[in-house]
Design a protein around this ligand. Structure first.
Ligand code: SF4
Length: 268
């Protein structure tokens, strides 16, 4: 960590501190030297992560960390490139980049802190805000359906898809380590309390209440049917966690070489 940048800006009870800690621990545990790790962030509360980690890092524009990371990986494929950003940045503003990077199976790690709203700008709703949730811009309840991120990213072609909460620090750290290992597009959704922007508008009295909800409702189901893992506001529904997808498929680079080879052989 860049100690001179601390203390961080995140609110008391925010899940981003835990999430970043897990990322840092995973980097330290990985076989890749720290000078080969690169962190790319977008805009929002989570976007500050790039400034705190003591590796080469880039704080890019809103919704665009994946295009930036894509360029970086294409030019320097030996680097372990990780995008650390939020749901508003990665899914709502940058959603098209997310699904196309997954479709290409480019060897990137995307850590998506999902707090169900735009926390930094005042708690507006986005594409991950659950149906019926209240936000600054949906004061009577959100009437749009939220993206089910594991289903979306798996359907788009990701090689590794995982979801944990920022309380599940051991499992989350291991999932990030696995994301580094897989050769392809790895996506880790991190459910992260935002007591200031989201929790207090949705009857979580404080940060502890939202964390307690995560702890009590979380169940681990690695083989879950991904159509059933969407997040709802119904208090009786479980929050399904796990490493849902972990498969081998040629990544963008390998696939490209194989394709080229077969085209060239076909010419001979
Ligand atoms: S606004 Fe929400 S996401 Fe942002 S730092 Fe505060 S609690 Fe965390």
């Amino acid at each position: 960590m860049r100690a001179h940048r601390l203390p961080h800006i995140w609110c008391p009870g925010c899940g981003l501190g835990n999430a970043l800690r897990c990322y840092v621990e995973a980097m330290e545990a990985s076989d890749t030297p720290l000078d080969k790790h690169v962190c790319v962030s977008g805009i929002g509360c989570s976007g500050r992560a790039a400034g705190y980690v003591n590796v080469d890092s880039y704080h890019t524009t809103h919704g665009r960390p994946i295009p930036f990371a894509t360029g970086l990986k294409l030019v320097r494929p030996e680097l372990e490139v990780t995008v650390f950003s939020g749901d508003g940045d990665l899914v709502t503003i940058g959603g098209n980049h997310l699904i196309h990077a997954a479709r290409r199976n480019l060897d990137l790690n995307v850590l998506c802190a999902n707090n169900f709203n735009y926390g930094m700008t005042g708690g507006q709703f986005g594409a991950t805000t659950p149906y019926a949730a209240r936000t600054t811009t949906t004061p009577y309840g959100n009437f749009e359906q939220a993206f089910n991120l594991p289903l979306l990213v798996a359907a788009s072609g990701a090689t590794f898809v995982s979801r944990w909460t920022s309380l599940h620090v051991r499992q989350l750290t291991k999932a990030i380590e696995r994301a580094f290992e897989v050769d392809g597009f790895a996506f880790v959704e991190i459910l992260s309390p935002c007591p200031v922007g989201f929790g207090r508008k949705n009857e979580f009295a404080d940060a502890l209440a939202e964390m307690t909800h995560f702890r009590e409702k979380a169940i681990v189901r690695h083989d879950a049917d991904l159509r059933e893992v969407g997040i709802t506001m119904r208090r009786e529904d479980p929050i399904i966690l796990g490493n849902f997808v972990d498969e081998e498929r040629p990544s963008y680079f390998v696939g490209k070489d194989d394709l080229l080879k077969s085209v060239l052989e076909g010419r001979e």
